[in-house]
Design a protein around this ligand. Structure first.
Ligand SMILES: C[S@@+](CC[C@H](N)C(=O)[O-])C[C@H]1O[C@@H](n2cnc3c(N)ncnc32)[C@H](O)[C@@H]1O
Length: 183
């Protein structure tokens, strides 16, 4: 069976190279941040956002444990404020929506700020860039968020962007992801 996480990484790796800038819009426990950090290497830069102090502490541990280069900035702020913190264009942006794994599930990404952050991420896309959005529709906010994200992406100008979504069509509550690539 296809592993969706491997598939996500393969799409990112088609765009992201050493020396590039990447953004992890939902830091969580730092696994995606570590992947981005190792991919862009010493000469690259990664900005990672989360609204929970727990997530930032946990990510710092993951990054140290994985031996990542010190090319990352961990930012305690909502991802919709990305332009206040990231100075230039971005080659790869990752959203992994939903709850912090292992948390009490009181805090999840919310569609209002998620949609603003996705708009900002699209504006920050460099040439040959990618934005990847993983959605978890197995809970009420995730289902609404996924539907609204899909509606927003459907409206992107096909002359400027290629948008594709990967989902299990016979399992509507399973996680799925969408990619936005510049043309
Ligand atoms: C599914 S987890 C991310 C998993 C993470 N990418 C990893 O590799 O471990 C989603 C994260 O989004 C965070 N989050 C929720 N609202 C946010 C917001 N407005 N801005 C940034 N992060 C947010 C949550 O606190 C949670 O840690």
């Amino acid at each position: 069976m296809v592993d969706l996480l491997d598939l996500q990484k393969s799409f990112i790796l088609a765009h992201l190279k050493p020396g590039d800038t990447a953004v992890d819009y939902t830091m969580g426990n730092g696994h995606d941040t570590a992947f981005l950090s190792q991919t862009v290497g010493e000469t690259g830069k990664v900005y990672a956002f989360d609204v929970q102090t727990n997530a930032i502490n946990s990510s710092r541990k993951t990054l140290e444990k994985e031996g990542c280069p010190h090319n990352y900035t961990l930012i305690h702020a909502s991802h919709h404020r990305v332009k206040e913190f990231v100075p230039g264009k971005v080659k790869a942006g990752m959203f992994n929506l939903g709850y912090l794994p292992g948390s009490d599930k009181k805090i999840t990404t919310m569609h209002e700020t998620t949609l603003l952050a996705i708009d900002a991420a699209i504006e920050l896309m460099d040439s040959d860039a990618i934005v990847l959005i993983a959605v978890y529709p197995g809970h009420a906010e995730g289902e609404l968020e996924g539907r609204l994200v899909h509606e927003r992406l459907e409206k992107l100008d096909r002359r400027l962007y290629t948008v594709a979504c990967f989902k299990m069509v016979n399992s509507p509550t399973s996680p799925f992801f969408c990619i936005i690539e510049g043309r």
